[in-house]
Design a protein around this ligand. Structure first.
Ligand code: HEM
Length: 439
């Protein structure tokens, strides 16, 4: 499949190949056969019936253990049921205050870039979303926005780059060979740093929860860890860490990437940017107050902008599953134990679904009247079926809140991101370059 940049062009070639075979094809990656799916009907069948992640997710397992993201399906079923209410819309609304506070810190940090010609906005946004996921998941204020050089963050980035390297370098994939390289030691040391950080928070929280002075229930805004401790199912410290790590890792760069792409798109589409600004003026007037639940509910145009951003820049471009029994697709029968690669990136840029102007930025594709007849799997940035993204409401509220804070304070200018690469997620080769002016 090549390196991060060639991976994307390989995916585009695969898309061409599957065009001639009704959106389903096959490819060998090393010794592993994959069924590649680019049509919504077959994507729906796989996402509804195959809940097991495919074997490429094993590289994440040393780090995330049996956290939701990689858990084997039997355990996943039990834990997902327990975690679902925590991610319910009503529960997530308690975190709106955190989204607003951190969004305002972001706005003040961006002020240092007012005189710059062009800068990469992603690192500012990812620090903001990291502060948000830490505070909401563990009740810990990390203040990464104020001091981005934390050992935890360095360790986390190192682990990510080793895992990403293993995905692309076939010779690093077998455990025996990997352990002969210095990367194995590097990965272990850095995983230990991230685990130690979460373990300390968990031990502190458990001690407070079980102390005789506590009645076990925290009535203030309750972080995710606190809510997991309060569940009838008694999670071990290790299980708690695996869930918290999965949530903070799955929720941070995904959300930050969509926000950064949205800023780049709005920067190169001034008319749409003014439409967002006008909507925000109606909601807030000239006030710079952080958005509340009612405000977020009124941001209909901004929501369409976010959806159109996720269509054009699908930050999780590939979803991998494994069949556990024989599955009948539109043009073939797939036996049990076969990897399936669903390509939302390709489906989101398919002319048959989106029309001849598929590559243009048009948020009104997501007006209710224009969406009603679309296949339920034509647009799946958060995946689909019962193993979809558990954090999608969280992500949507956080994205609206942060974007509404930034766009009320700054006017954005930019050129579109042309070259893209896949490093687990979809990144622009040259970064999310924008320049900002004060509103
Ligand atoms: C724009 C933001 C986001 C996008 C585009 C996104 C996308 C996705 C996708 C596509 C999956 C399925 C991945 C796969 O099967 O390989 C997923 C799973 C997951 N996401 Fe998100 N996500 C976002 C935000 C979040 C947030 C904010 C959180 C938590 C705070 C989160 C937590 C998770 C977890 C725990 C899973 C695993 C769910 C399971 O297997 O049951 N995500 N996400």
């Amino acid at each position: 499949m090549g390196g991060p940049e060639r991976m994307l062009s390989s995916i585009q070639k695969l898309a061409k190949m599957t065009e001639e075979t009704n959106g389903v094809g096959t490819i060998w990656i090393g010794p592993q056969l994959y069924v590649v799916i680019t049509n919504p009907d077959d994507a729906q069948i796989i996402l509804e019936t195959c809940l097991q992640k495919d074997s490429s997710y094993r590289f994440l397992q040393k780090w995330l253990g049996n956290g939701l993201f990689v858990a084997p399906v039997d355990l996943w079923k039990i834990h997902r049921r327990v975690l679902l209410p925590i991610f319910h819309k009503r529960n997530i609304e308690d975190y709106i205050e955190v989204f607003g506070e951190q969004g305002q810190v972001l706005v003040s940090r961006l002020a240092e870039k007012l005189l710059d010609k062009e800068f990469d906005v992603f690192k500012y946004i990812t620090s903001c979303t990291l502060d948000i996921v830490f505070e909401t998941a563990m009740g810990e204020r990390m203040d990464v926005q104020q001091s981005p050089e934390t050992p935890y963050l360095r360790a986390r980035n190192t682990v990510m780059s080793v895992i990403n390297m293993r995905l692309f370098k076939a010779w690093l994939q077998p455990e025996v060979l990997f352990h002969l390289t210095p990367y194995a030691k590097l990965q272990k040391e850095n995983i230990d740093v991230t685990h130690k950080f979460a373990d300390e928070v968990i031990q502190k929280k458990r001690a407070a929860f079980e102390s005789p002075d506590s009645n076990g229930v925290n009535h203030a805004r309750s972080d995710i860890l606190q809510q997991l401790l309060e569940k009838d199912i008694k999670f071990s410290d290790e299980e708690l860490r695996e869930h918290i790590d999965s949530i903070t890792i799955a929720g941070n760069d995904t959300t930050a990437l969509v926000i950064a792409y949205a800023l780049v798109l709005l920067g190169s589409h001034p008319r749409e940017q003014e439409m967002v600004f006008d909507e925000l003026q109606i909601i807030f007037g000239d006030s710079k107050r952080p958005p509340n639940k009612e405000d977020l509910g009124k941001m209909e145009y901004l929501e369409r902008v976010i959806k159109e951003t996720m269509r054009l820049y699908t930050v999780v471009p590939v979803i991998g599953r494994e069949t556990q029994k024989t599955v009948q697709l539109s043009n073939c029968t797939v036996p049990a134990g076969v990897g399936c690669a669903i390509l939302p990136f390709v489906m989101h840029r398919c002319k048959k679904i989106w029309g001849p102007d598929v590559d243009s930025f048009n948020p009104d594709r997501f007006l209710p009247a224009n969406s009603v007849k679309r296949h339920p799997c034509a647009f799946i940035p958060f995946s689909f079926g019962s193993r979809n993204c558990i954090g999608r409401h969280f992500g949507m509220l956080a994205m609206k809140s942060i974007l509404s804070n930034v766009l009320r304070s700054y006017k954005i200018k930019s050129n579109a991101c042309e070259q893209l690469k896949i490093e687990i997620l979809l990144f622009p080769v040259k970064g999310h370059l924008i320049c900002i002016e004060k509103r």
